[in-house]
Design a protein around this ligand. Sequence first.
Ligand SMILES: *Cc1c(COP(=O)(O)O)cnc(C)c1O
Length: 458
Amino acid sequence: MTEPRNLTGFPRTDRVLAHPRLDDVRERLGSAALLGLVRAALDGARARARANELSAIEGEAEVAEQVREAALSWLARRTSRVINATGVVLHTNLGRAPLGEAAMAALAREGAGYVSLEVDLATGERGGRGSFAERALATLSGAEAALVVNNNAAAVLLALAAFAAGKSVLVSRGELVEIGGGFRVPEVLARSGARLVEVGTTNRTRVEDYAQALESHEGVAAILRVHPGNFRQIGFVSRPSLPELVALGRARGLAVLEDLGGGALVDIPGLSGDPLVAESVAAGADLVAFSTDKILGGPQGGALVGTARAVALVRKDPLARALRLGRLPLVALEATLDAYLRGDPGAVPAVAMARCSLEELRARATGWAAALEDTGAKLRVIDVASVTGGGTYAGLEIPSVGLAILGAHPDALLARLRQAPHPVLARIGGGAVVCDARTVLPGEDAALLASVRWALRD
Ligand SMILES: *Cc1c(COP(=O)(O)O)cnc(C)c1O
């Protein structure tokens, strides 16, 4: 062991905290939060000094510099507005669907005060939270009833817990998927208290496989059908249709639950492989689960739509309380559903983006190129492929148009765009940085151009 060095003359906590190099971060984080970082930095400096790693004790300015770095990296993790030029309409890392004007206005209005969350203003009696949105979702999907919860993972967990806790659930081996963000069908199923009975094979499962599993397993309560999300099998593959499973379920007294992932309420180009929520309801599923922030285009949330009996059963499960939807997303969801009720889904930004015509996108990208001509950068308007993302069928692309910025170091330009005053997330294609016009919101053009200019400057 080395002798601890004499640590007198070591920087004092209060002096580091008051150091002028920390003025700006102190302003943003407050002294109390900064104090924790100062202590951690001093602990580190002391440990290094004791270990004799350093020829001289680090001074105040040096420690303040380390604190500043730590504070800046904390602040950089703050959720900030970014421009999505990736072409992925429902980008999970970027918050999935952007909210429309109506949803933002509702948030500003209803978010700023008290709301009639659980009061029926007509009668003054207690009203169910979410009952407007639930009735709207039931109406739009042709279901008898609906329930809104915190997200689709919660919807699936709740449906399994309510129908099959302590019992068994049949799932095709081809549908035991991981969706991303830690949602793995076998794990969610286990957590619901249900037992998994695997059926069929990875690539092919027939309805007879489900029937056969019933012969060899006791206490089967439900069939779970899962949209494979961002994973796709091609070639020698098959799985039973939902109506086939519904027929089996009815004959054998099993609930049929479908996890649809994205909840398309209207036809969307690029989603031609995805069933509409209404189709699954019409096919007779007891419950259909989907996200409200995928192609539906609303805030984070999950929905269960289906028969009145099934929805009543999940509603009274104690987990429903733990998984309920918050006030603010509920307000935004109601405003998003308004657009569908009025027959104007194009007012929902995610739907509008997915539907935007190639001519419109080309005109926009061409405008960007013209506006940036004076930068001297090598620019091309090119055809690209957008994807819907958000658990929609993998591999389905929507033709799109983007601006390619050619240069020697596309990675470096991509990184600079991320750090621009209006951070831009783009992608690399054909050795160039490509900004896809489809996912840049109307009204973001000027900010995008300012950021590209900033990033091109050296
Ligand atoms: C996206 C998805 C989920 C998870 O939904 P969240 O709203 O993110 O909780 C579950 N299942 C499928 C099939 C999905 O596509």
